[in-house]
Design a protein around this ligand. Sequence first.
Ligand SMILES: Nc1ncnc2c1ncn2[C@@H]1O[C@H](COP(=O)(O)OP(=O)(O)OP(=O)(O)O)[C@@H](O)[C@H]1O
Ligand SMILES: [Mg+2]
Length: 246
Amino acid sequence: MVLTVHHLRLEAEDGMPLVHDLSFELARGETLGIVGESGSGKSLTLRAVLGILPESIGRTGEISCTGRAAMVFQEPATALNPTMRVGSFVADVWRRHHRGESRSVARTAAVELFDQVGIADPERRLRAWPHELSGGMRQRVMIAAALASAPEILLCDEPTTALDVRVQAQILDLLHGLVAEREMAMVFVSHDLAVVSRVCERLLVMRRGELVEAGPLAEVVAAPAQEYTRELLAANLARRLAEGAA
Ligand SMILES: Nc1ncnc2c1ncn2[C@@H]1O[C@H](COP(=O)(O)OP(=O)(O)OP(=O)(O)O)[C@@H](O)[C@H]1O
Ligand SMILES: [Mg+2]
């Protein structure tokens, strides 16, 4: 297993449980989706795995991560440094993980990473400022930055929620391809089951910090055991139909 989460409990300063007794495992190369309504504890769970919980949050239980993990966040505009050219941003991340390498080697690596995430004309794009890029292109830069550390586990927190449906599909296809190619494991968090089902083989359903249901994605979607999962499916379907009609 590249990741084992065992009886994870996260609580607020007043002792209120935010994630309660959560356990799951992730094998090498496996893709796991976590879905649930807003506030169900998805982002906190990912932050706990990456070790970037806010100080005010208490944690018990075990998290064992044998591989390097990197995260792609929901809003690339805030994750990127506005005063840095996107190429320097990615090259800097790469250098942090390749100590002693020169700037020019890092730049070459950044060109290669831009190419791998489908950024056309990477040499030129390296010099762009974040505000000069579209949302989809910024998210590609963030994915390149995540790949710069050659992670074994990619953590994605709603990476396509801020994007329009067409660009969303492109980014999902990109992630799907990269994960397969590099044999990375992935945890992909979303409130949208349709999105998760494009990129994940296994599914966890969370609600109010608790695990509701888990299993192979196709099985859970075909025959949800819990009423909450059925509601989530119905809500997703309704939204998809509304989008299709729009
Ligand atoms: N720093 C914090 N201090 C106290 N409570 C917090 C903190 N961060 C998040 N919470 C609470 O923890 C719960 C879970 O939050 P989390 O951000 O993990 O939800 P989520 O499933 O990612 O929701 P969303 O879909 O809206 O992103 C929420 O009730 C939230 O208000
Ligand atoms: Mg969240």
